[in-house]
Design a protein around this ligand. Sequence first.
Ligand code: URA
Length: 250
Amino acid sequence: MIIYIQDKINRKLEGDMENNIKRERLKEFYFKIKNCQLCELYKSRTNFVFGSGNANSPVIFIGEAPGKNEDIQGKPFVGQAGKLLDELLFSIELERSEIFIANILKCRPPGNRDPRIEEINICKNHLFKQIEIIDPKLLCTMGKFSTQLILNTSAGITGLRGKIFMVNSRAVLPINHPAAALYTPSRMVVLREDFQKIKKVLDMKENFTDGIKNIEDLEVVDYSSSGSNLRAGGEGSSISQNKDEQLGLF
Ligand code: URA
């Protein structure tokens, strides 16, 4: 009995240590890239929007780029789409402090225009590094841009959403972008359904080293050899140590 309890305590301590390491690495990465000037968007930004949430999250939600409110506050999804995202998270018993939210672009494109390919190609390395550090079991790509980037495809979101793409032992689940769902009731319906799939994947206790098998209602696609863009190691630019004013890390 004593050995069992000691073993449990040791595992808890090891887990806590691993969690702290991820948090520190993420924080360090934030300081490394927060003054990024690798593309022109830095000139018009109010704030660099790193992303926020839990460094030990089992899931990263990936959006497109900061909008006006995000640019002002320095945090992702704080406008109307963010309110919907909070509500959807609540529907599967999650809150922001338990998950991590990031965008492909860390700076707002002027006038909320679509991200340009050259901006994506630069900024994606920041995102890939965040994925490498957090190492979640699930990536939930919201909308066309992040889905196409992660899966390295030009296919539309309508045909991809709601399916689970296994890339080695990581699951990728594309969903409609909440902002799109706000304006299209049919997209809202499937978005709500897809959140239930997120819950199912997260409720699975095991890691996905052997893929996902036998989950009711889930369409699983083996995508490991399909040229997904998932890889580690984006390098940021100028480093300056400063206070972590907008870093909502838990
Ligand atoms: N839309 C996004 O894709 N990201 C945000 O942070 C806000 C709105």
